[in-house]
Write a protein that binds this ligand. Structure first.
Ligand SMILES: [Zn+2]
Length: 469
């Protein structure tokens, strides 16, 4: 009998324990959701206190004016801030009573229907949101947010790269680019070229955007391409950031006369990948010289699972069609301690900086930072909930460009939120708790729990301090 009672009470205790654990977990989840919501608000207020003033300055050419322009713009930005993934998902959340109320409390704006946002995105001039984005980045630079990442204490690493955004079986708009397969099937697509400020800590901040476009071109004209778009994006960088000390980093597509000349004209430094087959005459010169005068530096890096040896060589005062460049090479040999397998990789760069024993390693490493635009930039925006590649507008190229800018603005705010000490602590405490999960908590918190007005006001009235990692 006693055993039975004990068994029953044990079972009851176990159930109670489990319930308690679930309760604790859901409390913790709510708390994480709440923290990221408040951190996003703090980030906007701290870094971009004039965001609403700027949104109020946008032009308004609409016929129907059910919402304020600022409400529609913010609706478009928040769709990406919350990583909703589609207009439909945002509209579904909008139907939830608490979501709309919380939105109003947090942003002090009504949450519009996404069809109304779409109407604005279709007619809004593409330079307006890009101008806002540039103003936000300027504010971050002026507030020295990226100062500690300056290359040799002097310039910001601005990396240039392109990526595919959408492809279609049928023509989508008059600006579509085309490719024809061997079987004659025509695919229509859109590529974008980005200039992003990248840092070793993982920031990938959009400075300027240029779309490859066949607008106004006849069928027999050559299509637009990344290198042509670079000429335009360089003008944009100069226009938006005229006094910014720039170090351009780019992949093996870029080293050519036009690229070198644009950098020289703008007084920009560059570190660009040199592929084996490009700039043949220069490669021959490098080959003949490196065996005679090429200096060598060897660095050994030991990790938990790897042992890496990097051997660097460099040459100065090389000439390519009247342009003086330096060459840096890194041969990286990595031994995987567990498997015993050795891999060898080679990285070669050209730069207009003079290289010496002290700077060789830094130049080579900085040149390799351009990978950040692919990983922290394009891949994050494509695969981590921002929906880059999702057709937010199926028909309108102008709307597509404007959604793209909303995404870039939201990604800037979210990167600052993630890299705050508070949020970093949440992510570090439990390695299994990912950024993706944090945003799931954010959305469920916003749908289920009432934001407490007093806490939000407290944020506004206190002087906000944000420490970044
Ligand atoms: Zn198109």
């Amino acid at each position: 009998m006693n055993t039975k009672v004990n068994y029953k009470s044990k079972k009851r205790n176990l159930r109670a324990g489990r319930k308690n654990e679930e309760f604790q977990n859901s409390k913790q989840n709510q708390s994480k959701g709440k923290q990221i919501v408040y951190q996003i608000q703090k980030t906007i207020l701290h870094f971009f206190p004039d965001l609403y003033d700027r949104l109020n300055e946008f032009s308004d050419h609409r016929k129907r004016k059910h919402y304020e322009v600022i409400e529609l713009l913010m609706g478009g930005i928040v769709m990406f801030l919350f990583k909703e993934g589609s207009r439909n998902a945002m509209n579904n959340d909008r139907k939830e009573d608490k979501f709309s109320k919380n939105y109003l409390r947090l942003f002090k704006l009504h949450l519009p229907h996404m069809d109304a946002v779409d109407d604005l995105m279709s007619i809004l001039k593409e330079n307006e949101l890009e101008g806002l984005k540039a103003a936000m980045v300027t504010a971050l630079i002026e507030n020295h947010v990226f100062r500690r990442f300056k290359f040799l204490g002097k310039s910001y690493n601005i990396t240039i790269d392109g990526t595919g955004i959408a492809s279609y079986d049928k023509r989508h708009c008059s600006a579509c680019q085309t490719k024809t397969s061997k079987t004659g099937k025509v695919t229509y697509f859109h590529n974008v070229i980005e200039a992003k400020l990248v840092t070793s800590s993982g920031f990938s901040i959009s400075l300027a955007t240029e779309w490859a476009s066949n607008e106004g071109k006849q069928e027999y004209d050559k299509q637009d391409c990344e290198l042509k778009a670079f000429v335009r994006i360089a003008e944009k960088i100069k226009h938006f950031f005229p006094r910014l000390p720039v170090l351009i980093t780019a992949d093996g597509l870029y080293p050519n006369q036009t690229f070198f000349k644009i950098c020289a004209k703008n007084n920009w430094d560059f570190i660009v990948t040199l592929q084996d087959k490009s700039l043949k005459t220069l490669q021959e010169e490098i080959c003949s010289l490196k065996n005679i005068v090429g200096k060598g530096i060897r660095i050994f890096r030991a990790g938990k699972n790897h042992q890496t040896t990097c051997e660097y060589h460099y040459l100065n005062e090389l000439e390519y069609k009247g342009i003086i460049v330096s060459w840096v090479e890194c041969i990286e040999t990595t031994l995987n301690i567990k498997s015993g397998i050795t891999t060898v990789m080679r990285f070669a760069h050209l730069t207009n900086l003079e290289v010496n024993n002290e700077t060789t390693v830094k130049v080579s490493d900085e040149g390799r930072l351009r990978w950040k635009i692919e990983n922290e930039g394009f891949n994050t925006q494509k695969n981590e909930g921002y929906g880059l590649g999702h057709k937010f507008s199926r028909k309108n190229f102008n709307a597509m460009k404007n959604y793209y800018q909303c995404l870039q603005i939201a990604h800037i705010i979210n990167q600052l939120a993630i890299k705050s000490k508070d949020i970093n602590e949440i992510l570090n405490r439990d390695k299994k708790f990912t950024i993706r999960k944090l945003w799931e908590r954010l959305r469920s918190f916003f749908v289920e729990i009432d934001l407490v007005k007093s806490e939000l006001i407290a944020h506004k009235t206190r002087k906000i301090q944000i420490r970044l990692i």
